[in-house]
Ligand binder design. Structure first.
Ligand code: ADP
Length: 501
């Protein structure tokens, strides 16, 4: 029986898992670096242990020290969250060797699916459609050019060990191949210590649609529907939603069944996400499996009513899933905006510093998963994600209007945030119409740029528009205040008049 869980993470995801444990009657153990002594996850856990200095290589990635803490604290299981050690098969193996339960898939599954080339091969064998591409690594210019010529340009060079959008290069014509191949290999070597690369057809204007899966150790594998994550910046998601405006019941069922097949082909256990690209003819192609709880999991929780983090613990405990495929009901629509501390005026560079004022939105249909509060500090050492703001509505329109309202209610002072940028998207007619692709940000902002010759590049243009939205927001806030002042004054005047009378 799992009675105590160590959370090998920080920030909002550590907080999220602590909440799931508390609701399940499980004690929690937090770990922290020098930079997180007073962080929210440390204050929320029953026990907290220092694991090292601020740089993550010396703290949140220090496997030996984390396992020592697990042993010292009498931890039964470790939840890795996402990022850091979540998809590291060595960590999963060592946790198990220490006699502690790893809340996630088996190390072999993590290892297989972490290698994009090996994963593609496994999926092809299982009959899962993959993006057309090379089945083996490509390491010289002759074979790269020959292969790209066969599948047709544009192509995408990808790192086998890739992740986080790193090591990817688009090649639009053969003349660009030599330089792109060399750069991709160098980037793959320095980011992942593995220079193996392969080539995929570059799909034009696809949508990113992923399927949440959940599997127990009794052979039950269930899908929980899709999330659309097409609003991306530099191949990284910024806004996610479910249901996707283009996925109907029939497509959901087909994609869901394919994701379940992908999970079974890799002996999958626990929560995972099978990512696909959907082309304009609604053909879908396997991209990769993320072997962990995703950042964007709350939107699925909002429409299914299933607590994925609690379910993960249940599965790790050897219990059966608490639901079946037939029992899942999808209700309404949910959106997530990632609230980063980034400065739209400086090419979205992280905005580091102390939070001086912090007030979260609330009210009907609003969920905020945050790792910071008014005691918080955005540190240079970690991802500058302040929180994830989610809204639920009976339908997509209601979820969007709630998101606009919630974004406007959110008060964060001391650091710059991407809130104005989200307001811009929530008011964009193509977003409202559900007309999305992974190029949405690039294309829509490029168009705005044409209308605004002052903005010489895309990032500058985003900055100008964000500044405009922020100004409107400030004006609204000021109007509210001046209205209120008027009311106070007139009430005061009335009182005075009454007294005189
Ligand atoms: P990573 O693991 O580095 O995040 P993914 O393979 O998951 O990389 O892809 C991330 C994003 O890159 C996708 O959501 C999509 O926007 C883009 N992408 C990946 N492969 C392709 C492709 N073959 N064609 C077009 N876009 C792609």
């Amino acid at each position: 029986m799992i009675k105590k869980v160590l959370i090998a993470n920080r920030g909002e995801i550590a907080v999220r898992i602590i909440r799931a444990c508390k609701e399940s009657g499980i004690r929690t153990v937090a770990i922290f670096s020098d930079a997180d002594v007073t962080s929210l996850h440390v204050r929320m856990a029953e026990e907290a242990y220092h694991v090292g200095p601020a740089p993550s290589a010396e703290s949140y990635l220090y496997i030996g020290r984390i396992i020592d803490v697990a042993k010292k604290s009498g931890t039964d299981a470790i939840h890795p969250g996402y990022g850091f050690l979540a998809e590291n098969p060595v960590f999963a193996k060592e946790v198990k060797a220490a006699g502690v339960i790893f809340i996630g898939p088996e190390a072999d599954t993590i290892e297989l699916l972490g290698d994009k080339m090996a994963a593609r091969k496994r999926m092809i064998d299982a009959g899962v459609p993959v993006v057309p591409g090379s089945e083996t690594k490509v390491d010289d210019i002759e074979s790269a050019s020959r292969f790209a010529g066969e599948i047709g340009y544009p192509v995408l060079i990808k790192a086998a060990a890739g992740g986080g959008g790193k090591g990817m290069r688009i090649v639009r014509k053969s003349e660009e191949m030599t330089a792109a191949l060399r750069m991709a290999q160098n980037e793959a070597r320095s980011a992942f210590g593995d220079e193996r690369i392969y080539i995929e057809k570059y799909l034009e204007r696809p949508r990113h649609i992923e399927i949440q899966i959940m599997a127990d150790t009794h052979g039950n594998v269930v899908h929980l529907g899709e999330r659309e994550c097409s609003i991306q910046r530099r191949h990284q998601k910024v806004i996610e939603e479910t249901p996707s405006p283009v996925v109907d019941d029939e497509l959901r069922q087909r994609m869901g069944e394919t994701a379940v097949r992908a999970a079974k082909a890799s002996n999958y256990v626990n929560a995972g996400t099978v990512e696909f690209l959907l082309d304009q003819q609604k053909n879908f192609y396997f991209l990769e499996v993320n072997t962990r709880l995703q950042v964007e999991h709350p939107v699925t929780e909002l429409v299914t009513g299933i607590d994925l983090a609690k379910e993960q613990i249940r599965v790790a405990n050897g219990e059966k899933l608490s639901f079946t495929q037939e029992s899942i009901r999808w209700n309404g629509a949910a959106l997530e905006c990632r609230i980063y501390a980034e400065d739209p005026d400086s090419e979205f560079m992280p905005s580091i510093g102390k939070i001086t004022e912090y007030r979260e939105p609330s009210g009907p249909g609003v969920r905020v998963d945050s790792g910071l509060d008014h005691f918080g500090q955005v540190s240079i050492y970690y991802d500058p994600l302040i929180s994830k703001l989610c809204t639920w509505g009976n339908d997509r329109d209601e979820a969007i209007s709630r998101m606009r309202r919630a974004l406007a209610e959110y008060r964060i002072q001391g650091v710059k945030t991407v809130i104005p940028f989200h307001l811009l998207v929530m008011n964009h007619e193509k977003f409202i119409a559900g007309d999305l692709s992974t190029h949405f940000i690039g294309e829509e902002l490029a168009q705005m740029q044409e209308q605004n010759p002052m903005a010489e590049d895309t990032m500058k243009k985003i900055a100008i528009f964000c500044a405009m939205v922020e100004q409107q927001h400030q004006n609204q806030v000021q109007n509210i205040h001046s209205d209120r002042n008027d009311k106070v004054k007139s009430a005061w005047k009335m009182k005075g008049r009454q007294r005189i009378a």
